[in-house]
Ligand binder design. Sequence first.
Ligand code: IDP
Ligand code: MG
Length: 139
Amino acid sequence: MESNKTFTMIKPDAVANGHIGAILDKITKSGFKIVALKYTALSAQKAGEFYAVHAGRPFYNDLVTFMSSGPIVAAILEKDNAVADFRTLIGATDPSKAEPGTIRALFAKSIDANAVHGSDSDENAQIEGSFFFSAFEKF
Ligand code: IDP
Ligand code: MG
């Protein structure tokens, strides 16, 4: 299992608010290399599949509706200790609890519309990256 890759999405709120460039700039300046990058959108069905691990949680339906509400940016990122370092860079799920200077503290408005996704394990980074990208789209 690779420990130097993670997967991220810039969520519909951050895309709609014009933060794609600023967030990618912060990611690359923090030492992550972009291995794959795509501007796309999730249907409700695809969003439900991506977040299947949360099916049954009270926020699941709202999460699926939100994540399919507009375009997103998906990316695979490479860095030593990628998963943990990226979780540090994005901050807590609830932006009001995120450390100052983190991506969620800077760009997120609420616990559901929280600007970015970051994988929580090497295994999920691999699964989530493969959800969006084929071998021909990773460099
Ligand atoms: P994470 O994105 O920080 O890993 P998870 O617990 O995996 O957080 O939850 C996935 C996503 O579901 C969150 O990023 C957020 O968009 C949404 N979410 C999580 N908890 C809540 C909640 O309590 N209310 C509303 N939305 C939530
Ligand atoms: Mg998570």
